[in-house]
Design a protein around this ligand. Sequence first.
Ligand SMILES: [Zn+2]
Length: 254
Amino acid sequence: MATQRGRNGKGIGKGIGKGIGKANPAEDEAVYQAILHALLEGKLKAGVKLAEPPLADIFGVSRERIRKVLHRLGAERRLEMIPNRGARVPRPTLDDVRRVYEAHRVLEAGVLTQLVRHVDDALIEKLTAHLAEERAAATRGDRAASVRLSGAFHVHLVEALGNAELTRFLADLLSRSSVMVSVYEPATDSICAVDEHGAIVEALRARDVARAIAVSREHFLHVESRLHLDDDPAPVSEDLTSVFATVKPKRRKR
Ligand SMILES: [Zn+2]
C-alpha cells in the first residue's frame, strides 16, 4: 500500500492534534504495540497516567494519533480512560482481581467440559507446540512474551470450540487479567506456570474432564495468589521517556 509521506509523516511537533494527520495504520499499530508491550512488560505501574502530550513527544506523532491508540487500549479494557486527559494504567482492587479470576475459572471449566468431547490429536499437538513456545519465552526471560503466551494458551482451548461468543468472553477477561499480572506480579516470580498448562493438556489427552477442570481451577487460583496488590498511593507520574526508551518506534522526532 502506498503510504504518502506527507507533512504528518514525522512528528508534527507542538500543540497540534487538530485533525490534520493523515491516517497511517502502520504508525498507529507501532505506537499501540509499544505501549502494549510496556504494559505487559510491567514497565508501567498501576495507576500511572498516560497523558497525550508527553507521549506525542516521545513517539514523534500527533496527539490525535496518541489519543486514538489510548482509546483502542481503553476499549480493550487494558487502560482506563480519563475524559479529555488521556488514560491511566488500571489499578485493580482485590475485588476486581477476585471477580476476574473467578470468571476465568468458571469459563474454563465450561470450556473443558465441552472440549473433552472433541479433543483430537491435532489439538493436542497444537497445545504441545504452544507449551514449547511458552517454555522458551520463560527461559529467555521475555516477560511480555510470557504474559502474552500464557494468555494465548487459554485462547487455544476456547478457540478449539469454534464459538466466537466464548472466545470474546475470554479475550475480554484476558485483557484485564494480563494487565493485573503485569502490574501486580513481582518480576522475580516465574510468570507462567508452564507445567500447570502442561497438566491441563495431559488431562485432555486422557479425556479426563474432572482432572482437567481440577488442574485448571488450581492453576487460576495459583496465578491469582501470586498477585501482590500494593497499598501505596498511585504514583502521580512516571518518567515515560525512560519507560519507552527501548521500545519506541524508530521514527522519533529529533
Ligand atoms: Zn494459564
